[in-house]
Design a protein around this ligand. Structure first.
Ligand SMILES: Nc1ncnc2c1ncn2[C@@H]1O[C@H](COP(=O)(O)OS(=O)(=O)O)[C@@H](OP(=O)(O)O)[C@H]1O
Ligand SMILES: Nc1ncnc2c1ncn2[C@@H]1O[C@H](COP(=O)(O)OP(=O)(O)O)[C@@H](O)[C@H]1O
Length: 207
């Protein structure tokens, strides 16, 4: 059989090596379906908190998960990236590719990052088989996020000490047709555990 040599981006003369152990066997071993849960929303909307609550809730059900948090990945793999639009796009692309590998490994990968641009989130969705990308929108008003401001970044942004801060002087494009919307309209909002349960119910309904 002719060796299929290909070029992908700047990588030339490469060949995809298939392995005898496939995704289905890994999923059978883990007794779960690999997928990506993509949590998007403003800074301070509760992405990381939900990711942790979701991971804990799934773990208690015997499911293997892994969290890719934007803040955390920017300490290592993506430490070379800024918050310019093109760097945010690259941040999301890389996390999307890693999340795809984790899902192929059979894990439930929970990605939590602002990911402000629809086109970037759509590109990550397109990397995965239909139904394996579950987009969760933290629909929390800017006022609530700014009131929380746990890292004091909104205060710095308002003072002009941080330029291009999402929601202040950088855009956020809310999802138009994501799988799950977690809303907080008033001062009361669901607890992180209640939000995690809503996501888990969705996953169970979808098998
Ligand atoms: N300019 C600017 N805009 C938005 N956020 C900023 C910025 N500078 C630093 N931070 C902190 O970085 C966290 C967002 O990183 P992400 O990788 O999730 O962002 S993105 O998806 O690339 O837009 C985000 O963390 P979270 O608050 O957990 O969302 C911020 O605390
Ligand atoms: N469901 C919730 N109800 C009330 N406060 C929340 C909820 N989820 C997160 N928070 C609080 O909001 C702040 C930001 O949460 P965090 O998870 O860091 O958001 P993000 O990761 O989107 O920046 C924290 O102080 C956190 O305790």
């Amino acid at each position: 059989m002719a060796l299929k040599i290909s070029t992908v981006g700047n990588s030339t003369n490469i060949k995809w090596h298939s392995c005898s152990v496939g995704k289905l066997e890994r999923q059978e071993l883990l007794r779960q379906k690999g997928c990506v849960i993509w949590i998007t929303g403003l800074s301070g909307s509760g992405k990381s908190t939900l990711a942790c609550a979701l991971s804990r809730g799934l773990h208690s059900r015997g499911k293997l998960t892994y969290i890719l948090d934007g803040d955390n990945v920017r300490h290592g793999l993506n430490s070379d990236l800024s918050f310019r639009a093109e760097d945010r796009a690259e941040n999301i692309r890389r996390i999307g590719e890693v999340a795809k590998l984790f899902a192929d490994a059979g894990l439930i990968c929970i990605a939590s990052l602002i990911s402000p641009y629809r086109k970037d989130r759509s590109a990550c969705r397109a990397m995965l088989p239909e139904g394996d990308f579950i987009e969760v929108f933290m629909d929390v008003p800017l006022q609530v996020c700014e009131a929380r401001d746990p890292k004091g970044l909104y205060k710095l942004a308002r003072a002009g000490k941080i330029k291009g801060f999402t929601g202040i002087d950088d855009p956020y494009e809310p999802p138009l047709d994501c799988e799950i919307v977690l809303q907080q309209k008033g001062p009361e909002c669901a607890s992180p555990c209640e939000m995690a349960e809503e996501v888990i119910c969705f996953l169970e309904e979808k098998g």
